[in-house]
Design a protein around this ligand. Structure first.
Ligand code: SF4
Length: 156
């Protein structure tokens, strides 16, 4: 079983009320090979919500207390992002998922690049808070941009 970002499966859970539908991910869910999660909704956010970015580092730094997650208007939402990451980890364990495919660039789900904290669309290398926590617990994290490697290895 795989765990995938809800927005990649077409659910309108992004901060602005949109989705990031990817047809391959949608098919995995329809075929019963993947279940959807949204760390931000798990932590109590609703849709739509304010955009947030990691200030001062990446998800790994947030886990280490060296960076924070902050909404565009300035509210510190670090604790909610950590809570969403913990709840996602519990679900991944519960479903005995072998890997996850999460939406690139998100402060929760990004796995190779995230926004830089200036809310100007610039990217930096690094992962989001949920991806960082999952990796810390030995779970393989892929995105919609590099999932082919994973999917090819699953093909019988
Ligand atoms: Fe939810 Fe992750 Fe998609 Fe953001 S990127 S809407 S946290 S599933």
């Amino acid at each position: 079983m795989l765990v995938v970002s809800s927005c990649l499966a077409g659910l309108k859970v992004r901060y602005n009320g949109s989705h990031s539908l990817h047809s391959v991910i949608e098919r995995l869910v329809i075929e019963g090979k993947a279940i959807t999660i949204c760390p931000e909704l798990l932590s109590g956010f609703s849709t739509p919500r304010e955009p947030a970015e990691i200030i001062g580092g990446n998800g790994q730094d947030v886990l280490n207390g060296k960076a924070r997650v902050v909404e565009k208007s300035g509210r510190d939402v670090t604790d909610m992002y950590l809570d969403g990451a913990e709840k996602t980890l519990e679900l991944v364990k519960q479903y005995k998922a072998t890997a996850v495919i999460l939406k690139e660039y998100s402060p929760s789900c990004g796995s190779t690049k995230i926004y830089n904290g200036d809310f100007d669309g610039s990217l930096i290398s690094g992962d989001g808070v949920t991806s960082a926590l999952l990796r810390k617990h030995g779970i393989e994290v892929y995105s919609e941009r590099n999932m082919n490697q994973l999917l090819e290895s699953m093909t019988p």
